[in-house]
Design a binder for this molecule. Structure first.
Ligand code: SF4
Ligand code: SF4
Length: 86
């Protein structure tokens, strides 16, 4: 196989293992509920302290960025994970 396509394949393989997950910067969350309303996978819920968090279910977040962009407080960050770690 051609050398360039080998390295491209390797890169694509690495990228396919990367996944993102939305995580709340808890002190910044003002409990407005916007992320809960707009998450297309319904993965956002209030915790006992009334802060919105990403819940763990059989469906994984993946980091679509909807909540990240909708949060008026910039209280959500996208954390990079490796598929091997989830
Ligand atoms: S990144 Fe997307 S799927 Fe994940 S919690 Fe936010 S809105 Fe939901
Ligand atoms: S949109 Fe932001 S401030 Fe509002 S509940 Fe979600 S994380 Fe908290």
């Amino acid at each position: 196989m051609h050398k360039a396509s080998n390295s491209l394949q390797k890169k694509l393989q690495e990228l396919s293992k990367i996944i993102y997950r939305a995580a709340t910067i808890l002190p910044k969350c003002k409990s407005c509920g916007t992320c809960i309303k707009y998450c297309p996978l319904e993965l956002r819920e209030f915790n006992k302290e009334g802060k919105a968090i990403t819940i763990s279910t059989s469906i994984s977040c993946g980091g679509c960025t909807v909540c990240y962009h909708r949060c008026p407080e910039q209280a959500i960050k996208l954390v990079r994970l490796s598929k091997n770690t989830i």
